[in-house]
Design a protein around this ligand. Structure first.
Ligand code: HEC
Length: 156
């Protein structure tokens, strides 16, 4: 191998190392603190930030908030969990799914906000799925105890 080839090989290895250290692989444990909070801040906070209504307030005037492009607040772990595993169980999964698990095979209506192109949306959906664990679109009244237990969504 000549010098140029060695340098290229070295560059390849360092690029790989860099990629591994920034992008959590499917085996890395994704938590709210190490990935989801930043993702929500970046892609969802415009309409689900600290100036958005609590879930309780949102439910009282859904049409009014919708007109103002505001959805329920997702500014804290607790507020997000309402839509993962709380009073609105599965809402996060129903809205973000790419169509693989929805009844009509259409993506949930918040899927488009996951990224600016297909690749970014797919990567961020994978991150969400990895975080949630048992990806389940069922509502509180339909989900089984077993299925609920598989929803992990760790804080840290
Ligand atoms: C441009 C504004 C906007 C952005 C950006 C946005 N949303 Fe929404 N979202 C809304 C509005 C408005 C609603 C309420 C209307 C509806 O249910 O579709 C909503 C509703 C939701 C709901 C259903 C809440 C419930 O329980 O009824 C979820 C879950 C959700 N969004 C998740 C997200 C996630 C996650 C992101 C970021 C990836 C995101 N949204 C980005 C405007 C937005």
């Amino acid at each position: 191998m000549n010098f140029a080839n060695n340098t290229l090989a070295l560059l390849g290895v360092s690029a790989l190392v860099a990629a591994c250290s920034t992008a959590p692989s499917t085996t890395t444990k994704v938590t709210y603190d190490n990935g989801i909070r930043q993702l929500v801040d970046k892609r969802c906070a415009e309409c689900h930030g600290s100036d958005a209504p609590s879930m309780e307030a949102f439910k009282k005037d859904q049409e009014g908030y919708k007109a103002k492009k505001l959805g329920p607040r997702m500014d804290t772990y607790e507020n997000i969990m309402v839509m993962v595993n709380g009073s609105d169980t599965g809402a996060m999964m129903r809205r973000l799914d790419d169509g693989a698990n929805t009844k009509d095979n259409q993506p949930g209506n918040m899927h488009k906000y996951l990224g600016k192109d297909d690749a970014e949306r797919a990567a961020n959906l994978a991150l969400f799925k990895n975080w949630v664990g048992g990806w389940n679109l069922k509502r509180a009244k339909d989900i089984t105890e077993e299925e609920r237990k598989s929803v992990l969504a760790p804080r840290n």
